[in-house]
Ligand binder design. Structure first.
Ligand code: DGY
Length: 328
């Protein structure tokens, strides 16, 4: 029997062809609604799912009784009910590693843009306001030599810290569940509590994945511990931060500026004040969005689903416990 895959994310033609060689593939590239009848019909027969950025609920899993594996085109898995998938023996795969360096580049783009006010000052030029040499009113803050506080020191956190320490001579502090002795050695990094980090860092950069433990990890109390000169950067997930508290901290000058790639609600609602604040650089969740990296992520998802549906262990399996009880 030829297994069936539902793809709800754009793949390159050659990646789709790789899947079509071995599977029946239903493609929903511009899926607007998860209740779309054609999508639901395909889901009923599907053994595999390939996609991203859609909330997968237990109800949706009920509608996919043959599902054996999901290959997400993302490293983050906060859109999936991981425990429920494990309980049902459905494998969940993601795309770590291939996006690490690109996401770290994005974090540094935000650090630099927020510190040097790049977006605000580019607008100043565009508006035709640059009529004399710029003065103190347009000065920014240095990045080199400052203290970089990493909230989370996983793969992406480490890649950002490496850029900071080795490229910009920054002092790295990090809060993380486990110590990272190799990074302490390589970068002179120092692990500390979150509170100590917030009080010490010039740049606070969030990279922890969203989970029940990290939801609203940074709120009014935490912004209160930061310095008035601090710059806050988030490339993780918007819900790790209490966004109302962030807005208040920026408005009241409790922190200096923010560089944000992620938001509590995406796309950002039209009435959000964040993109209109001069001290905020807001990007539309572009952490991994380069041609090279998105191609590599899609390829990893294709490889993962191929392996999973052939009964082989995928390259990046999120719910390891599901392997022994897998449906495949
Ligand atoms: C990821 O891979 O999780 C990125 O945030 C893109 O969604």
């Amino acid at each position: 029997m030829t297994k069936r895959i539902v793809v709800y994310r754009r793949l390159h033609d050659d990646q789709l062809a790789q899947l079509q060689r071995d599977f029946h593939v239903d493609v929903f590239e511009h899926l607007e609604d998860l209740d779309d009848p054609a999508f639901r019909a395909a889901l009923r027969e599907a053994h595999g799912l390939v996609g991203a950025s859609r909330r997968i609920t237990p109800e949706l899993l009920d509608a996919a009784p043959r599902l054996e594996a999901i290959a997400s085109v993302s490293v983050g898995v906060d859109h999936y009910p991981v425990d429920e998938l494990t309980r049902r023996g459905i494998l969940l795969c993601n795309t770590p590693d291939v996006l690490t360096e690109t996401t770290a580049d994005t974090a540094f783009l935000l650090i630099m843009s927020a510190a040097r006010r790049a977006v605000e000052l580019a607008d100043f030029v565009t508006r035709g306001d640059w009529r004399a040499s710029i003065g103190e009113a347009q000065f920014g803050s240095d990045v080199h030599g400052k203290t970089l506080g990493m909230v989370g020191m996983g793969r992406i956190g480490a890649a950002i810290a490496r850029r900071g320490a080795l490229g910009f001579g920054m002092h790295v502090r990090y809060s993380n569940a486990s110590p990272k002795p190799a990074l302490d050695e390589e970068l002179g990094a120092r692990r500390c509590t979150l509170d100590a980090l917030l009080g010490e860092a010039d740049f606070v950069c969030v990279t922890v994945p969203l989970s029940a433990q990290t939801e609203r990890l940074i709120g009014a109390r935490e912004f209160g511990l930061m310095r008035p000169s601090s710059i806050f950067v988030n490339v993780s997930r918007g819900r790790v931060v209490d966004e109302a508290a962030l807005i208040e901290a920026l408005e009241q000058g409790r922190i200096h500026a923010a560089g944000l790639d992620v938001f509590a609600q995406e796309p950002l609602p039209a009435d959000s004040p964040l993109p209109h604040m001069a001290n905020v650089v807001a990007l539309p969740h572009i952490g991994s969005a380069t041609h090279e990296t998105r191609t590599a992520m899609a390829q990893r998802a294709v490889d993962n689903i191929h392996l999973a549906l052939r009964g082989e262990r995928p390259i990046s399996l999120v719910n390891e416990q599901a392997w022994a009880e897998r449906r495949a």
